[in-house]
Design a protein around this ligand. Structure first.
Ligand code: SAM
Length: 346
């Protein structure tokens, strides 16, 4: 009973996620007398009882974190029986299908239940998920998992080929989600399953040719607002930067003369400052949109060549400091295209 409400402490029967490392999470159900091995040594389930979720647990050769399950962590740690949807796409699906507490959703196929868990969190406590899977063992396993996670009252798992036999539901769904190789084959049946006042549909397909066929079929069945999107996760690094303002010299002939004079006088040259300078030396002034008169950033060693000093430094150089978001080079690759459409009434 741990997916349907947050709790403070571990009890027998809970599904816990043991965070062993950055990309190493171990999910299990806490049972009397059972032990799980990690690279830091044994985790004895009995010792977890009463521990607060989110706290460290000492193993013989290191420590792990005992995490409360959430759909996001489950997606990262669940046993894969199929390819799964990840949180980047899942969040867009939940948002675009307009899911909320009370929504009734039809899903095919269930697969490993990654998306199902996120849907179930969103539609509780009064909504329902009808999920369909034509692989018998997968549908049984999903049913078992929902039971173990305390979610079975919110979900009906049906073993069926929805392309051949349809959903066999009429006028119940607010939203339909299709993650199948040939989603266009069950668009008609999906439409029947939707409420007469209409709703939203989404198909997930890795290839654009599949997207084209789905769009054609959606349009044929009277769906509107058809749009396809691809969600890619891009990380940004936050960087603090400082630029010297350009001085072209003409308007400030007098100033620049002073600058040259200052630059020729070694005693007038300021000390070298790094990017990480803080406090007294002026980087507290590094707020966006503030142009501060600051000491110059001299990055070349003191030289006897006055010209290089002139360009490298003057005692009166203004600079502009700002925070920027720089995209990291590696970017997660393509997973699939999400095609959304609305059914207004039918
Ligand atoms: C990629 S998986 C779905 C993964 C799921 N969205 C998740 O996040 O875990 C596709 C599933 O659809 C099932 N499937 C394929 N064709 C089907 C059909 N005609 N009727 C029902 N299920 C089908 C497959 O057995 C497979 O388990």
């Amino acid at each position: 009973m741990s997916f349907n409400r947050m709790k403070e402490k571990v009890e027998y029967g809970d599904t816990v996620l043991v965070h062993v490392g950055f990309d190493n999470m171990l999910p299990f159900i806490v049972q009397k007398g059972v032990t799980h091995q990690t690279k830091f040594g044994a985790v004895r389930h009995d010792k977890l009882i009463g521990k607060k979720y989110g706290t460290k647990f000492q193993c013989p050769r290191g420590w792990v974190y005992i995490m409360h399950p959430t759909p996001e962590l489950w997606t990262l740690s669940l046993p894969h029986r199929t390819q799964i949807l990840y949180t980047t796409d899942i969040s867009m699906v939940i948002f675009q299908l307009d899911l909320k507490p009370g929504s009734v959703v039809v899903e095919a196929g269930t697969g490993s239940g990654s998306l199902s868990h996120a849907i179930l969190r969103t539609i509780q406590p009064s909504g329902h998920l009808h999920t369909f899977e034509f692989h018998e063992e997968r549908s049984m396993k999903a049913r078992e998992e929902f039971e173990d996670h305390g979610l079975s009252q919110f979900v009906t798992v049906t073993h069926r080929d929805v392309c051949g036999d349809g959903f066999q539901l009429e006028g119940v769904a607010d939203a339909v989600f299709l993650d199948l190789p040939r989603p266009w084959e069950c668009v008609g049946s999906a439409k029947k399953a939707m409420k007469t006042e209409g709703g939203r549909i989404c198909t997930f397909s890795p290839c654009i040719e599949q997207v084209q066929r789905s769009c054609e079929e959606l349009s044929k069945h009277g769906f509107s607002e058809i749009s396809t999107m691809e969600c890619l996760l891009r990380n940004y690094n936050i960087q603090f930067a400082k630029l010297q303002n350009m001085n072209f010299g003409d308007d400030d002939a007098e100033d620049s003369k002073t600058s040259v004079k200052d630059a020729e006088d070694p005693s007038a040259t300021s000390p070298v400052k790094g990017d990480g300078d803080s406090g007294k030396n002026g980087s507290d002034d590094c707020t966006p949109a503030k142009v501060a008169k600051q000491e110059p950033e001299v990055t070349t060693p003191k030289s006897s060549n006055p010209k290089s000093k002139t360009t490298a430094g003057s005692s009166e150089v203004s600079s502009y400091c700002f925070t920027s978001a720089v995209p990291a080079l590696p970017m997660q690759g393509h997973t699939g295209f999400l095609t959304f459409a609305s059914l207004l009434t039918h």
